[in-house]
Design a protein around this ligand. Structure first.
Ligand code: HEC
Ligand code: HEC
Ligand code: HEC
Ligand code: HEC
Ligand code: HEC
Length: 466
């Protein structure tokens, strides 16, 4: 009996173990098949396939994430609901007076809307804009440029930039898409946008530090010869930010050609870019109230991130905005690019071992401090602008007003740099605070010039009366 019992036990255990092992093997087999699945190519891809849905047949998981960029969730300071910044912060109407941004400026949404939102904006409905606007808003622009340039990317780039935007819209139909970041043959990350290729080459050729680039020596060597090409020389980790920097950067349209240009000739910091614009006497517009020649900053995410601890530590845009996620045996990059605050567990907690609430509070503490400084800076700049307007009406001497206008240009550029950057200071908290402190100081210096000029004028009158 005892012996039988032992045999029975052995049989049962063996059967159970076999069943378990078989199940495991089947599971592994399934996972392996899944993993191989990724490389099963149902359709051939090349540079002319711009429609993400076609790519999605080979890569359904990434395509699914991409589709989800149509979600519209809001966070405390960001997210994807297209509310009006002008209604939320009316001082911006004063700051942008006389410029299309004073008419319509909204919170950005996900990549699925990039082309549609440009068409909806009153900045394109009520104002003539150049084809240059397409560089970052339509998918597959490299292909469009090559087609428009009879095979030459740069010729096509020039041709499209200077045509009217309404005409250029006829050349495109997709928003930001797979081919913008991926080589269709190898799926490797690659840069497709000429604005970035030219911008990063001038940066490499400068002496400016680039905190996010550990390979800066290589950059310099190639940069001085004028041959720096990220598609050849950048590391994979650098590429995980550079693909985003094709669009999430400050830019301007150069000359009558309206060529999209990244102003990185002297470096990436707010004063490097300002020095570049100052040296060529550049202004985006003449302010409607003060007639100051002023600048507009737009989404300098790559520039500000470069000044923060994450860039310096080698943490790329994709680490936070496209974190890995498991899907069966597969580790894929989350192509639902969005605010990491909506996804803290995967976006941050892989590196930071605190709980989700604590992490959210750390982000919001940084953002609330930035917001409060930004509000005070905006108020002060708006007041300076109104006071210049009044001083002009009262006949304050022109040289004093001109000096106040110069302070407005400096202060406004700094306010805008942080306000237009989309992380509310998170990408580089201390740098954001430094820039806003300078903005407040420049605006107050401008006001002081006017007060002193007015006082001097009063003293003059009294002296003449004596
Ligand atoms: C360490 C993580 C991290 C890195 C690295 C990072 N970001 Fe962010 N980013 C954030 C956080 C946090 C926010 C704030 C989101 C919010 O307020 O909802 C943000 C906000 C943004 C936003 C606005 C999102 C929204 O919902 O309004 C954009 C656009 C953006 N980042 C782009 C970039 C780009 C481009 C890079 C690389 C140059 C980058 N980020 C690097 C964490 C990161
Ligand atoms: C260098 C790339 C680049 C170029 C060139 C560019 N944009 Fe954008 N645009 C972006 C990015 C990135 C965002 C999302 C971040 C943001 O809104 O700050 C954006 C957001 C927008 C939005 C939505 C938010 C808003 O501002 O109301 C509109 C509309 C828009 N752009 C219109 C235009 C127009 C018009 C032009 C041409 C004058 C243009 N863009 C040129 C990169 C670019
Ligand atoms: C070809 C240009 C382009 C590239 C490349 C690009 N973006 Fe964008 N991005 C945009 C534009 C334009 C918008 C605004 C779309 C709108 O408001 O309709 C945007 C919006 C965003 C938003 C806001 C999403 C939301 O829900 O509010 C985030 C976050 C973002 N991009 C991050 C990134 C990251 C990270 C990368 C690199 C992995 C990247 N982008 C690459 C053009 C680009
Ligand atoms: C804004 C840039 C951008 C766009 C647009 C984009 N990707 Fe990616 N993709 C990335 C990044 C960054 C990675 C991570 C690559 C790495 O680390 O080497 C990635 C990785 C991948 C991978 C490798 C597996 C993985 O998930 O990590 C595949 C496959 C892929 N993408 C497919 C697609 C498809 C399909 C589309 C269009 C539906 C698309 N991508 C659109 C930036 C982008
Ligand atoms: C790939 C790893 C990685 C990811 C992902 C990451 N971080 Fe970090 N984070 C770091 C490193 C490294 C530092 C620098 C810490 C140090 O060296 O002591 C840092 C520093 C910080 C700091 C301190 C900042 C300062 O100025 O001192 C905060 C806050 C922070 N991270 C928040 C976040 C949030 C929020 C996210 C997600 C949106 C995130 N991090 C994602 C690696 C990461």
């Amino acid at each position: 009996m005892k012996k039988w019992g032992v045999h029975f036990l052995i049989v049962v255990v063996t059967a159970a173990a076999t069943a378990g092992l078989t199940a495991l093997l089947v599971n592994i087999q399934q996972r392996k098949l899944e993993a191989r699945d990724r490389f099963v190519r149902l359709v051939e891809l090349d540079e002319s396939v711009l429609d993400a849905a076609v790519w999605g047949r080979n890569f359904p998981r990434e395509y699914d994430g991409w589709l989800r960029t149509s979600d519209t969730n809001r966070t405390r300071y960001g997210g994807s609901e297209a509310f009006s910044h002008l209604d939320a912060h009316p001082q911006l109407r004063t700051i942008y007076a006389g410029y299309p941004f004073g008419v319509d400026y909204r919170e950005e949404r996900g990549h699925m809307y990039s082309l549609a939102d440009q068409k909806l904006s009153l900045r394109t409905q009520q104002f003539n804009q150049p084809g240059a606007c397409l560089h970052c808003h339509a998918g597959g622009m490299a292909h469009v440029y090559r087609t428009q340039g009879q095979g030459d990317l740069w010729v096509g780039f020039t041709n499209v930039c200077r045509m009217p935007l309404t005409q250029a819209w006829d050349l495109v139909q997709h928003p930001v898409t797979c081919v913008d970041c991926h080589d269709p043959k190898t799926m490797a990350l690659r840069i497709s946008r000429p604005g970035f290729l030219a911008g990063i080459a001038v940066l490499a050729a400068s002496d400016a530090p680039v905190p996010s680039a550990p390979s800066i020596e290589r950059w310099r060597a190639a940069g001085r010869k004028g041959t720096y090409d990220p598609n050849r020389e950048a590391s994979r980790q650098e590429m995980r930010s550079m693909v985003c920097a094709q669009c999430h950067v400050e830019y301007y349209f150069k000359g009558a050609e309206k060529l999209v240009t990244f102003p990185w000739h002297r470096g990436l910091k707010v004063e490097d870019i300002e020095a570049y614009y100052d040296a060529m006497n550049y202004a985006d517009w003449t302010h409607a109230i003060s007639t100051a020649k002023v600048l507009k900053a737009q989404h300098p995410e790559y520039e500000l991130w470069n000044q923060g601890i994450h860039a310096r530590s080698g943490v790329a845009c994709a680490d936070c905005h496209m974190p890995y996620k498991r899907d069966g045996a597969m580790k894929i990059s989350d192509h639902h690019i969005r605010s990491p605050v909506l996804n803290i567990r995967r976006a941050c907690l892989t590196c930071h071992h605190v709980d989700e609430d604590e992490m959210r509070q750390r982000v919001e503490a940084i953002q609330t401090r930035t917001r409060q400084l930004l509000d005070r800076a905006m108020d002060t700049v708006a007041e300076l602008i109104q006071e210049i307007g009044e001083a002009q009406a009262r006949g304050v001497p022109e040289d004093a007003i001109e000096r106040a206008r110069a302070f407005q240009r400096q202060a406004q550029w700094r306010v805008d740099f942080i306000s237009s950057e989309n992380s509310m200071g998170f990408h580089a908290p201390q740098e954001a605070a430094r820039i806003l402190a300078e903005a407040i100081d420049f605006a107050q210096q401008g006001r002081l010039v006017l007060v002193r000029a007015a006082r001097a004028a009063r003293t003059d009158v009294r002296e003449r009366a004596r």
